[in-house]
Design a protein around this ligand. Sequence first.
Ligand code: NAG
Length: 309
Amino acid sequence: MEILSCILLLILVHKPAVFADRHQSGVCRDNREEFGYALVGHDFRTVHADNFGRCFFECSLEERCQSVTYLWNGKECKMNKETKKSRPEDFVENPAATYMENNFRAKKGSTAFVPGSSCKDIVMSGDAQGDGGWTHISRFIMKDQNSMKDQSSTSNSYRTILSNYHSNKQYLLRNGFNQLKNDMGFTQIRFYCFKKETGRVFHIMTNKNTEGADVVKFFTESDTMPTACGSFTRLPDDNSSLAVNCDKWGFRNNNRWGHQSYLNDKRLFSKPIVWQSNHHYQFSRPKSYFCDDISEDMSLGDTWQIFVR
Ligand SMILES: *[C@@H]1O[C@H](CO)[C@@H](O)[C@H](O)[C@H]1NC(C)=O
């Protein structure tokens, strides 16, 4: 999550250009790190970085830095002059590495690094469209049998959450989420989960319409439980029961997000989506990790993620 804080820092540094653009080009600020991958043989410099966020930050300050490969073991930050798109043959799996592109980079062939305009160029050229420009804000991954006991990072300050990049349990509370919305201007939330036992993927994003906007409001500032049907779109890999039964969501009302008894600070993780006694989405408490089910059974690799853009 520290990446996000770095990006925020960049926004502060280049405030006029980026903020002027913020409604059209949310994509610019958003990068996605790719765990388990490395681009090899194209680094122009290696620096020591205590964490991935620091590594990305170093890269974002350099005109020619196109991407980074962070090697977790040695805390080495490889600053690359190429990307996985320009050198796909050298983009390889490496479980101890993380790769990420620098969306603030100068375009190849351009002479000056002007954040505002290069940002716009990137959007125009479709360069950043690969992953849709989503920013990761929360996750839980069943990495080993003890993951459920991992220490959680819970705060109302998004800076605190963001600086706990390594945390396997990130809970940004509602006021902090609202602050993030105000500072970054995100308009959509994406929910993902997969549980091996049920074998179903739940994957939806809120729509860019009034219904979708009401959902964002519910998770940031309002207590009105928003209408479910019409507020979201199923993503291609979704094969959950939950996503095709929006009319059943809600407690006590039908066709609603949320649960009347959980209109609290943790609602993004605690019963944001419930279909009573059948299928829930939740990853907030030691034993309550539900993904289109209400089973307490967990398997390695089970994953929950929330993104915004
Ligand atoms: C749902 O999708 C996942 C991931 O693609 C797949 O492994 C699983 O078999 C699918 N389940 C069903 C019920 O179609």
